[in-house]
Design a binder for this molecule. Structure first.
Ligand code: G4P
Length: 193
């Protein structure tokens, strides 16, 4: 998505060759005009899918998901990251390992809000190693819901996420695919071809 790539070029910081900081429009401050354009792009891409619910993960997946949920007129459910005691009867849960943060966390979702009748579009802000996405897939599978698509705002294509999610049998659609952050510079996949 050209507008998103322009934002990244203009506003992102690259503190090292693994991390892209986009606090000023996505991860801390939220640019609402950009979120609406992201939502429109996702709506267009998934227009042939029957979607009854958007599912994301707190915190930064929520903003684009809410704009998309509004456009599609469907609810948005955000999975929670929780280290306190989990009520196993009431919630689906799975453990996720974050390579970026080098820690494990529990991902949970209430059985009330994800059910076998749902056709789900999963949205997240970043895909790095894909572990959060795979955790969300496990929960959606536990609920026996139908996962119709995966939409990612920014994919770090030099990491393993897409490969792992595709090996699990799902397609990934990303609005911006970062090929490299070397020399503190952002290069997108289409620029390196
Ligand atoms: P993975 O799920 O793809 O394996 O990613 P990983 O655990 O390695 O990433 C942990 C967190 O760091 C996630 O956010 C992820 O979105 C974020 N992240 C990974 N790489 C980058 C990056 O280069 N730039 C930015 N800005 N974020 C990155 P989180 O902890 O869930 O944060 P939040 O959603 O609560 O804001």
């Amino acid at each position: 998505m050209k507008l998103l790539e322009d934002y990244i070029k203009k506003y992102a910081n690259v503190p090292n060759e693994n991390v892209l900081k986009v606090d000023c429009f996505l991860n801390h401050q939220i640019d609402t005009n950009l979120m609406m354009e992201i939502a429109k792009d996702l709506k267009e891409h998934f227009k042939n899918k029957k979607i009854t619910k958007i599912v994301t993960i707190e915190t930064s997946g929520i903003a684009p998901s809410v704009f998309l949920g509004y456009l599609l007129n469907v609810p948005v459910v955000f999975m929670k990251k929780n280290n306190s005691r989990i009520m196993v009867d009431e919630n689906y849960h799975t453990q996720v390992h974050s390579f970026t943060k080098n820690k494990d966390y529990d991902l949970i979702a209430s059985k009330k809000y994800i059910t076998k009748d749902d056709s789900i579009l999963f949205i997240d802000d970043f895909m790095a190693n894909g572990e959060a996405c795979l955790g969300a897939i496990r929960i959606i599978e536990q609920a026996q819901a139908h996962l119709v698509g995966i939409g990612i705002v920014i994919e770090k294509a030099f990491q393993e996420g897409r490969k792992k999610v595709e090996e699990a049998g799902y397609e990934v659609y990303s609005l911006a695919r970062v090929q490299s952050l070397e020399k503190n510079k952002v290069q997108f996949v289409d620029e390196s071809n």
